[in-house]
Design a protein. Structure first.
Ligand SMILES: NC(=O)c1ccc[n+]([C@@H]2O[C@H](COP(=O)([O-])OP(=O)(O)OC[C@H]3O[C@@H](n4cnc5c(N)ncnc54)[C@H](OP(=O)(O)O)[C@@H]3O)[C@@H](O)[C@H]2O)c1
Length: 239
């Protein structure tokens, strides 16, 4: 785990009960931060809060709900007194060609992967700015700039997230908030109905993504790594 010292800092990780978000929450805690995590599934949120320990807070929140995002940010600040780091990680992938994708599936993907980042960032901004050294890290994807067949909704949401991130960066840099994007390739998680496996495969490991987030946070306030593309070294060769 990284050597960044985050003692006294407070982070909020959306989608923090499993996968990349959970690993990121663990790395943040190991660096000394207090960490709130959210997800929609109440039992998993409660279990994560216990497993993550004393400096963790679990909040049930669907990031597609703007009001719930505002309440989550306020609950985090009420509990820990401040907010320094927001990791917008919650996301889902419904991979289907255009003709098979329902309007509801389209809307869900856009609402969660793109809307959720806007809602959480908007709610968190005053607190991140008050921190004097605020940070937003958005977990996007290599699908933010590489289209794939069946990616109509997912590509749209993640390309949109790249635009949102880079414009937001310019909006808030003079409010003492840095905004960065991490764009992983395929990661071993529960994403898209897969099973997360503990051993290393050709895919990225969740710790690789968490390490990328920690590295972004390790730079001094005057330096800003704004985009990280993280890919498996040896994906299967295409025939
Ligand atoms: N795995 C990959 O190959 C890969 C590659 C590139 C980028 N990413 C991105 O990485 C991020 C994390 O994905 P992951 O692979 O770690 O997936 P994961 O293992 O499925 O974990 C997703 C997490 O987000 C939560 N979540 C989902 N929808 C939510 C919502 N509407 N509101 C709040 N929480 C929600 C889930 O809990 P609940 O279901 O209980 O809400 C869970 O905690 C996503 O943005 C994804 O697009 C993943």
């Amino acid at each position: 785990m990284g050597t960044t010292n985050l003692t006294g800092k407070v982070a909020l990780v959306t989608g923090g009960t499993k996968g990349i978000g959970r690993a990121t929450a663990e790395h943040l805690l190991a660096a000394g931060a207090s960490v709130a995590v959210c997800a929609r599934t109440g039992a998993e949120v409660r279990a994560a809060e216990v497993e993550l320990g004393d400096r963790a807070l679990g909040i049930v929140c669907d990031v597609a709900d703007a009001g719930a995002c505002e309440r989550m940010v306020e609950e985090t600040v009420a509990r820990f007194g401040r907010l320094d780091i927001l990791v917008n990680n919650a996301g889902l992938g419904i991979f289907k060609p255009l003709r098979e994708m329902s309007v509801e599936e389209w809307q869900l993907q856009i609402d969660v992967n793109l809307g959720g980042v806007f809602y959480c960032s908007r709610a968190a901004l005053p607190h991140l700015s008050a921190s004097g050294d605020g940070f937003i890290v958005n977990i996007a994807s290599l699908a933010s700039r590489h289209p794939f067949r069946g990616g109509t909704g997912y590509n749209a949401s993640k390309y949109g997230l790249l635009g949102l991130t880079e414009a937001m960066l310019l909006d808030v840099r003079y409010d003492d908030v840095r905004v960065s994007i991490v764009m992983p390739g395929s990661v071993d998680t529960y994403f898209n109905g897969r099973e997360q496996v503990p051993e290393r495969t050709w895919r990225l490991h969740v710790d690789d993504c968490a390490s990328a987030v920690m590295q972004l946070l390790s730079y001094p306030k005057e330096a800003h790594v704004s985009r990280v593309e993280l890919r498996p070294s040896h994906p299967p060769r295409k025939a």
